[in-house]
Design a protein around this ligand. Sequence first.
Ligand code: V47
Ligand code: SF4
Length: 375
Amino acid sequence: MESSIIYTHLKNPKHQSIVDNVLNLKRINLDDALYLYETAPLHLLGYLANFIREKKHGNNTYFNRNFHIEPTNVCVFDCKFCSYSRLYAHKEEGWILSLEQMLDIVRKYPEDAVTEVHIVGGVHPKMNLYFFAELLREIKKIRPKIHIKGFTAVELDYMFRKAKLSAKEGLQVLIDAGLNSIPGGGAEIFNESVREKICNDKVDAIGWLDIHKQAHVLGLKSNATILYGHIESIADRLEHLDNIRTLQDETQGFQAFIPLKFRNKHNDMQHVKESILVQDLKMYAMCRIYLDNVPHLKAYWPMLGRQNAQLTLDFGVNDLDGTIDDSTKIYSMAGSEEQHPALTTEQLVNLITQAGRTAVERDTLYNIIKKYSSS
Ligand code: V47
Ligand code: SF4
């Protein structure tokens, strides 16, 4: 049994049966997860998460070459944690990119320089479903091979409702125009009473999960996120993970789970302290342990910072997202150390190899493009 080191060092006998289950690749239930989360030392969670990570992916650590388009930061919603948006109702100043401006961003990246464009932004009432369908078609004319990962379930829910279409019908319009997958944003925290306090006016948990379910049914892959480290409890975090695990049992459509640490600068929740690194690492580890059916755990380096992202690779993470090329503002505006997030492929490979892992460039669907030797 590969677990002998841990077995001899367990100080709390109640951990034994949970550890047995994890190391025998048996699913743990919510009660056990809560107990483990609240009582286990960081090194035990790290050991278990790393065990699962290496069972699934060995030493491989994935990244891709991508950039973001953020069409607007004007938003009809008023999420308390958001530092990025400018409220549409108050006519606050923000940016709104025209179709041509967005296509110019695409033209900046030669055919083979990137494999993915990630489109995400605020929810502007004048940018509707048909505007975005047009954008996708034009992007594909310029870069036919690029993978378009676009629009959070929040943006999708709003544009489908405005167009008076069901999620399935709306998604089909975007798929026909060139949409290839859906990012994980907008999930925040599913618990109703916490969601009401931090983002009460956008799509609820049921709606978010339904859009991802319909996307999976139509053959799109998607990601899922959690916004953690604000006013939610550990039980709320686990309830959120449980919702993802349950839907994944049904559809197998989620590729990666991405824990997003709440950053508290320049938003309405500045009084809420940010979580500390030990808590972040525990969170990553618990996500890896609980989500036994989601293949990849991603640390989004622009939010965590490079060195912390390296550390997460020992706590269940096997993916660091992409090169990004300074094309997102969501985290720099919320106080991340990464004010201009951009890494060359070489820098990202070095970041991974310095941490003792094998860097593997992937496409959005995790097909391997290039494996780098550790030397
Ligand atoms: O939904 C907003 C988060 C998300 C803050 O799928 C904040 O590959 C922390 O989901 N502190 C959007 N987080 C970004 C996102 C994402 C990013 C990278 C990769 C993928 C993927 C998805 O950003 C929002 C919200 O949860 N966010 N403000 C803040 N102050
Ligand atoms: Fe709008 Fe998204 Fe910011 Fe909420 S998190 S205010 S939906 S941009």
